[in-house]
Write a protein that binds this ligand. Structure first.
Ligand SMILES: O=C(O)C1=C[C@@H](OP(=O)(O)O)[C@@H](O)[C@H](O)C1
Ligand SMILES: C=C(OP(=O)(O)O)C(=O)O
Length: 409
């Protein structure tokens, strides 16, 4: 589906949007629930990634296809490897078969797992014969993806002796590790994270607990971008959010102050309020703790005519697409001057982007959603707009609520 996007006619928006649960929290809790069934989950994500995770957890044999879902791929690898009697082939989309998984497979093998590569060494699909994992200590690189570590941590309380991890190298996406540990703590699991060591104690029984998933902050990023690109006076109310979030992308509330957007909490909702135009012409952020908002920020800057230097982006080349390359290509089509290296992106300050450009999305939900707010400044087209369902199926419906005009072309 190709769509043409035009700005809301109202330049100063005042609207309310309900966003569903964080996909990161949901996929963790689904795995925890499979191991400890007396856990209830409220406000789960309605994303494709959560759907494939749930379906995967209900399968005991045969082929499990998790499509594009990185967390499902990594978390289910650890889950199936540690479940005696389960025998599956875990696979995913063409792109998933290019996303590396050797770090996790090696760590699980050290713990005693039986995992074989079905096609290419180091990549899905994986043939997994579930076994009782006996060992409890392993070292693994921490600079490629935190998802490998979270996967191990999530199964850790179900192992006989728990788990002790030694993390090698600079730890990336740290808030996601802390989220994993915090959710384990919420069901009574004892954990310790000091420097490069993480320890998780085993637990036999978990008491009946209902866990409420906070709404998704990565999804909220697109509304921050819209607020920043709209006129002073714009107010967008989002729910259900907390001031003290487990999600690293909640750093948005500080970052978007640089673009004149304030975040005001009231109960479980927050209002993004454009209070002033930004006095800045350039911004610098290290996003190694919040890699999923890189695309949003680059496009906000483009729309405001600002420059940016984004660093800590070393994980972007192995996400749904090579996000650094995709950003450079699509921003350039709009007339921007962009340079990239293997961990950063620099955008030169520029005047108004070119109108009526068709943005390619590369099977990456965040390419579609990050570029959409730019319609406030210039009409644009989005190719394969349905990709948003990976994390946010209601995205286009919610943009319509804000008054965006969306036409299938
Ligand atoms: O654990 C998680 O839920 C995630 C961790 C991050 O991945 P990396 O650790 O690979 O950067 C993030 O980009 C991804 O969207 C979700
Ligand atoms: C990187 C992402 O997801 P995953 O790695 O889970 O596919 C994302 O949602 O931006």
């Amino acid at each position: 589906m190709k769509i043409k996007l035009s700005a809301p006619t109202e330049k100063s928006l005042k609207k309310t949007i309900q966003i569903t649960g964080s996909k990161s929290e949901t996929n963790r809790l689904l795995l925890i629930q499979a191991l400890f069934p007396n856990i209830q989950i409220e406000n789960p994500s309605n994303s494709d990634d959560a759907r494939v995770m749930q379906k995967g957890l209900q399968t005991g044999s045969g082929v499990v296809d998790i499509h594009h879902a990185g967390t499902a791929m990594r978390f289910l690898t650890a889950y199936f490897a540690s479940q005696e009697g389960k025998n599956v082939t875990l696979t995913g989309s063409h792109r998933m078969q290019e996303r590396p998984i050797a770090v996790l497979v090696e760590a699980l093998r050290t713990l005693g797992a039986d995992i074989a590569y079905e096609k290419n060494e180091g990549y899905p699909p994986l043939k997994i014969s579930g076994k009782k994992l006996i060992k409890s200590k392993v070292s693994l690189p921490a600079n490629i993806s935190s998802q490998y570590i979270s996967a191990l941590l999530l199964v850790a309380p179900s192992l006989e002796r728990g788990l002790e991890l030694e993390l090698i190298g600079k730890i990336t996406s740290v808030p996601y590790l802390k989220m994993t540990l915090a959710l384990l703590n919420q069901i009574g699991v004892e954990t310790r994270f000091e420097e490069n060591q993480i320890k998780v104690n085993p637990i036999q029984k978990v008491k009946e607990t209902t866990l409420v998933v906070e709404s998704d902050w990565s999804s909220a990023s697109y509304f921050y971008s819209i607020a920043a690109l709209c006129e002073v006076g714009t107010q967008i109310q989002l729910s259900s959010y907390k001031k003290d979030s487990l999600q690293g992308d909640s750093v948005l509330k500080e970052i978007y102050e640089d673009f004149g957007v304030e975040t005001i909490f009231s109960g479980t909702s927050m209002t993004l309020k454009k209070t002033k135009d930004s006095p800045l012409s350039e911004v610098n952020y290290n996003l190694s703790n919040a890699p999923d908002i890189a695309q949003t920020l680059a496009i906000t800057c483009l729309g405001l005519g600002m420059g940016c230097h984004l660093t800590g982006l070393h994980t972007l080349p192995i996400k749904e697409t090579d996000r650094l390359a995709a950003l450079q290509t699509e921003l350039s089509k709009l007339g921007a001057n962009v340079s990239i290296d293997d961990e950063s992106l620099t955008l030169e300050p520029a005047s108004k982007p070119k109108p009526n450009v068709s943005i390619d999305t590369y099977n990456d939900h965040r390419m579609a959603m990050a570029f959409a707010p730019l319609a406030i400044k210039v009409n644009l087209l989005i190719n394969e707009a349905e990709v948003v369902s990976k994390s946010y199926p209601d995205f286009w419906k919610d943009l319509k609520t804000l008054g965006f005009e969306i036409k299938e072309v």
